[in-house]
Ligand binder design. Structure first.
Ligand code: HEM
Length: 373
């Protein structure tokens, strides 16, 4: 039988690694760790429920700020008051976090617990999407002779209302939660960094004075000229990526470029949050909010490889709405900061809620003061 060293020189990488029983053992250990973590999460949720009812005082884990519920999702009762869209996001994330992998399927079949809430919330979101499709159908799918994205999907042979509904829902979820989350963290960071705020305002003034802008909003060209604002938003998403973890499922057995074997059906997760705070990628000042790191010597925005900055994912399945997201976020940020001074009323660094998007716990209460000039 060939030893693993012999195989390393003779066999293909895939055969070599598949034959390695140590890798299998490692993944069995990982599976066990994941199972224990999921089980602990359930205990943590149970413990915090008892605390809320006054039946238990804080446990050692709470005192050390190690609530597993904070890291891996919300307990159900917190979700009950959330909007249908947030419920959908949180409850679908929770499917991956329960102690038993397929428990959610049973709950779905029996229509109980979190799956019952998910079904209800989803029917509201679906109803909203169907309203959009039907109102567009009534107007005719062509908009003033120009086709929009929905018309294009509708013109696909075999398209039906359910398919269009899922596409609209997908765009609503992909495009709304991400930009709103990104802006929440951006406004918090800017409100705590007066020097960055001043530079953004100077840039807005400069763009206003260099052109005759008659509207209160900014055109595509005006926004394109705002390099510092672009850098500040990009830097804010480095520290607080709206999609902090992204998971893909492996279709066939494969080997990563570094030689790691990935089996069919396995999940692979990367963390844009961890990568964004990695000293190896961003240097010693990786924890600082420094928009300047994105500017060249002429003050022009210099992009980074998406494989180092995977906030919008990388490769063929990269975010389709990236450019649109930047336009929306820059436009809102420029209009808001030009008119108002925003002061955060949050004390200290806000806590996260990890759902599909990296939301700020409790939102961002602010004090808005109209700017004099
Ligand atoms: C700051 C804002 C945004 C961020 C950080 C973001 C991030 C991402 C990420 C990480 C993915 C990859 C998900 C995956 O496949 O695993 C993705 C995919 C996608 N995003 Fe965004 N996104 C943003 C805004 C938007 C907007 C505004 C739209 C459109 C309205 C949009 C539409 C999409 C679509 C359609 C995909 C699926 C692409 C595909 O699978 O080929 N996104 N986005």
């Amino acid at each position: 039988m060939a030893s693993s060293t012999q195989m390393a020189t003779s066999g293909s990488g895939r055969e070599r690694l598949r034959a390695s029983s140590s890798i299998k053992n490692r993944y069995e250990t990982l599976w066990l760790t994941r199972f224990i973590l999921r089980l602990l999460t359930v205990f943590c949720q149970f413990c915090s429920r008892l605390q809320r009812k006054g039946l238990r005082s804080s446990c050692k884990m709470c005192l050390r700020g190690l609530h597993l519920t904070t890291f891996v999702g919300w307990p159900l009762e917190k979700i009950q008051h959330a909007s249908p869209k947030k419920k959908c996001l949180d409850l679908s994330t929770a499917r991956f976090l329960g102690p038993f992998e397929n428990l959610w399927r049973i709950k779905k079949f029996l229509n109980i617990g979190s799956e019952k809430h998910l079904k209800k919330a989803l029917s509201i979101v679906h109803g909203y999407s169907i309203k959009i499709i039907r109102s567009r159908m009534l107007k005719g799918m062509e908009l003033d002779g120009r086709e929009d994205l929905l018309s294009r999907f509708a013109s696909i042979k075999d398209s039906n209302e359910d398919m269009l509904r899922d596409i609209v829902t997908n765009f609503l979820l992909a495009g709304r939660e991400t930009t709103s989350t990104a802006l929440t963290w951006f406004f918090w960071l800017v409100s705590t960094s007066p020097d960055v705020e001043k530079k953004i305002l100077d840039e807005i003034k400069c763009v206003r004075s260099s052109k005759v802008i008659t509207t209160e909003t900014f055109s595509f060209d005006d926004l394109r000229d705002m390099n510092y604002l672009h850098a500040a938003i990009t830097e804010s998403m480095r520290l607080y990526p709206p999609v902090p973890l992204d998971t893909v499922s492996c279709k066939e057995d494969d080997v990563m470029p570094d030689g790691t074997f990935v089996g069919k059906g396995w999940f692979v997760t990367y963390s844009a949050y961890v990568m964004g705070r990695s000293e190896d990628i961003w240097g010693k000042d990786c924890m600082e909010f420094k928009p300047e790191r994105w500017l060249d010597e002429n003050g022009v925005f210099k992009p980074e490889s998406p494989f180092r900055y995977p906030v919008f994912h990388a490769g063929p399945r990269m975010c389709l709405g990236k450019e649109m997201a930047y336009i929306q976020m820059k436009s809102i940020a420029a209009c808001m900061l030009e008119r108002f001074q925003i002061r955060s009323l949050k004390e200290g660094t806000p806590e996260h809620i990890l759902s599909l998007a990296l939301r700020m716990k409790g939102g961002l209460p602010v004090l808005l003061s109209k700017r004099e000039d």
